[in-house]
Design a protein around this ligand. Structure first.
Ligand SMILES: Cc1ncc(COP(=O)(O)O)c(C=O)c1O
Length: 488
């Protein structure tokens, strides 16, 4: 039975601030065996106002309890489309926690950091080989940051040729970070309609001398391969533009097709997704960027390079867009990516992509008879349904909340925007057929509930610690600081 404290909350639901007991401390120091130092009183604080006073066990239990309320890929299936929530093998964690790597100070002189630089160099080479690009930078800290690096390089390349271009073409399936990046780089965003797949003729119709380039995701956010990509790249190049590929969905292509061979000029990798780092909750990530030889001079500085004397940091890059990140990027994510690539090998990576595609298609085949599938083109690594066929006035959000009752993290909802009521499922390669079947059974059971007892779905989640929240209010009036509420 839980004890009930102030505000009527069970003790195990209280915040640390509410748990505070004046005078309670979490440490004990031995008595002084030297005279106390005399310090200027102005510099000494009596205590921290409003700070919780707790014992060590209070704190440990609080955070351990919170960790058990969390849901992650290590606790269950996480089919969050576009996010590639694959299981991250623990060997990567062991590698990146090696004391010889974690103990390396970022300001250590280059001759004493040869091992770390070698690892970064090898990762650059591996990513270049996987993607078909001439060179890779590891500096950007996330996918969106990689987009910024890429678009700044496109701008720098036009400027180096004395060209001022003002527009960037972006298909309607794009992730929101694409138009945001183009706008941040000072470009006007020109949206292009697709029919699920971007058509070359549509791109041609929008090409003119003001277009700096096109940003395209392949496979796109509907999980469909952009089959006209080669022709599209030719059209953009003929018009003097460059093509940026959002490589967030590379998990569908590893070892099978290379964006560099499709005519793409620059692409970011989401190392934290495709190359296996636990992610979500704000990072850290890494958005390495690959470029063709034509864009290589513009890569951020410094670049890790190999010389006869060993590995170096090359700062002598007069056309570089400059430094994008303090030090050299999120090194731990790079170590995990390196370890993942080494442990998988070329064949293993290819198999991972094949299984990611197979798993998405298995889910598609099982759910297609029950859920509306807006695009019939063959799916790659993810599949997007809509809520059109859900009965009982139930919508995507209701389905997502009900899935929580069944023990699953919901898929991505209401994205991509081209699908009304989108339900975007990305199972990834690490899930077994039993898990996929159990998930599909739950989805089908919910569709049946919507027909027979919609209230069950509309009022979900029912089995969770908190019931359905007012998400609009949470977004419009976020309450992000703790403040004491009186008992009355
Ligand atoms: C298609 C696509 N592009 C870009 C991004 C941005 O990547 P990041 O979250 O690492 O900034 C995402 C992230 O979910 C994505 O799904």
């Amino acid at each position: 039975m839980s004890r009930v404290g102030t505000r009527g909350l069970a003790l195990n639901e209280k915040l640390l601030f509410e748990h505070s007991d004046p005078g309670r401390i979490g440490y004990s120091l031995p008595n002084l065996d030297v005279p106390p130092a005399s310090l200027d009183n102005d510099l000494v604080r009596d205590g921290l106002d409003g700070f919780p006073e707790l014992s060590e066990v209070d704190v440990v239990r609080h955070f351990t309890r919170l960790s058990t309320w969390n849901y992650g890929v290590d606790s269950g299936f996480y089919p969050l489309g576009s996010c590639t929530m694959k299981y991250n093998p623990k060997i990567n964690e062991v590698a990146c926690r090696h004391p010889r790597l974690t103990g390396l100070h970022p300001k250590v002189p280059v001759p004493l950091a040869q091992g770390a630089l070698e690892l970064m160099y090898e990762l650059q080479q591996d990513l270049a080989e996987i993607s078909g690009f001439a060179a890779v930078t590891l500096q950007p800290a996330a996918g969106a940051h990689g987009e910024l690096a890429g678009m700044l390089m496109i701008r720098a390349s036009h400027e180096a040729q004395g060209r001022k271009r003002t527009k960037v073409l972006i298909p309607d399936t794009a992730h929101g970070t694409n138009p945001a990046t183009a706008a941040l780089c000072g470009y006007d965003v020109v949206p292009i309609a697709s029919d699920g797949v971007l058509r070359a003729e549509e791109v041609r119709a929008h090409m003119d001398g003001d277009v700096a380039g096109l940003m395209v995701t392949n496979p796109n956010t509907l999980g469909l391969f952009e089959s006209e990509i080669k022709q599209i790249c030719d059209i953009v190049h003929e018009g003097g533009g460059l093509v940026y590929c959002d490589g967030a969905n590379l998990n569908a292509l590893m070892g099978i097709a290379r964006p560099g061979d499709m005519g793409i000029d620059v692409m970011h990798f989401n190392l934290h997704k495709t190359f296996s780092t636990p992610h979500g909750g704000g990072g850290p990530g890494a958005g390495a960027v690959g470029v063709t030889a034509g864009l290589e001079p513009f890569l951020p500085t410094p670049m890790v390079d190999k010389t006869k004397q060993g590995f170096v940091l090359d700062y002598d890059r007069p056309q570089s867009i400059g430094r994008l990140r303090s030090f050299f990027g999120n090194f731990g994510v790079m170590v995990r990516a390196w370890a993942y690539i080494r442990s998988m090998g070329g064949e293993g990576l290819k198999r991972a992509s094949e299984l990611a595609v197979l798993n998405a298609n298995y889910i598609r085949a099982r759910l297609e008879p029950v859920f509306h599938l807006p695009y019939q083109t063959r799916s790659l690594h993810e599949v997007v349904f809509s809520d059109q066929d859900l009965a009982g006035g139930c919508h995507t959000l209701d389905l997502a909340k009900r899935l929580i009752d069944y023990g699953y993290h919901p898929p991505t909802v209401y994205f991509p925007l081209v699908v009304k009521g989108a339900i975007m499922i990305e199972p990834t390669e690490t899930e077994s057929m039993e898990i996929l079947d159990e998930f599909c059974d739950a989805m089908i059971a919910i569709a049946r509930e919507a027909e027979e007892n919609p209230e069950l779905v509309l009022s979900a989640p029912r089995n969770t610690r908190t019931r359905r929240m007012d998400e609009t209010r949470a977004a419009r009036q976020p309450c992000l600081c703790w403040r004491e509420i009186s008992d009355e």
